[in-house]
Design a protein around this ligand. Sequence first.
Ligand SMILES: Nc1ncnc2c1ncn2[C@@H]1O[C@H](COP(=O)(O)OP(=O)(O)OP(=O)(O)O)[C@@H](O)[C@H]1O
Ligand SMILES: [Mg+2]
Length: 265
Amino acid sequence: MLSLNNIHVTFNAGTPTEVRALSDINLKIADGEFVTVIGSNGAGKSTLLSVVVGTVKPERGSVHLDGEDVTAWSPHRRAMHVGRVFQEPRLGTCSSLSIEENLALAAARGKSRGLKGALGTRQNRKWLADQVAKLEIGLEDRMTQPVGTLSGGQRQAISLLMATLLPMKILVLDEHTAALDPGAAAKVLALSTEIAETRKLTTLMVTHSMRDALAVGHRTIMMDSGRIVLDFTEEERAKLTVQDLSSLFGRAIGKQLDDDKLMLA
Ligand SMILES: Nc1ncnc2c1ncn2[C@@H]1O[C@H](COP(=O)(O)OP(=O)(O)OP(=O)(O)O)[C@@H](O)[C@H]1O
Ligand SMILES: [Mg+2]
């Protein structure tokens, strides 16, 4: 169980640029539950994920993982349990390193050894290629190719694999298909749900597509101005169309919204 309790985050507190990014967030996510997160720009979605990952420390409130208070844990320590994939494919991977070098670094997480040591034996390299083969995107024969030469979708698939390579519990996806063309986005989304399902990962996925938010995972939360304004269970969600979701969200925040994308009209 991942539990966020009374989380408050303010950026630039006490200055003219003060922003209250999260206000009294309370969220409990069961093991293996996949939650989609939707909300307008600046709603606090990425900040929420950063609090889970540990790169943003809440000024108030606590984060518990399986009953343990991890609020004070560094992002490095949390990385043993939490993997993150960003919107921008370049952020998750190192362009000048090969596919297998990127993966070897991910596999060496928490260990202090160089890249050569991380790549290790021929068996290790075979194991990495086997993991890539499971993605079924034909990259297992191109393990020594620099990641910078891959397409955005291929890079996001490798980022997903890097984030989930070692045993971990929580997967955090921040608009990770937004920079991709529709075909690649669909493929990376399908890959994400498959990995989350087979590994029984607790997952938080931010998306701007209400269609994807409803189609993927088990539960959908909607955020506005640093708060969770709507929270739909799997049963409640099953009855909702994109139009329903749009008008419910619009009503909750007192604004009119454009169809599928969360754009304020
Ligand atoms: N490091 C930071 N320093 C100052 N303000 C920040 C910082 N990070 C986020 N903010 C502010 O906090 C608020 C919430 O930002 P956040 O990035 O969480 O929104 P979001 O819901 O992810 O939006 P988007 O859909 O545009 O990605 C915004 O007003 C943003 O400008
Ligand atoms: Mg964001």
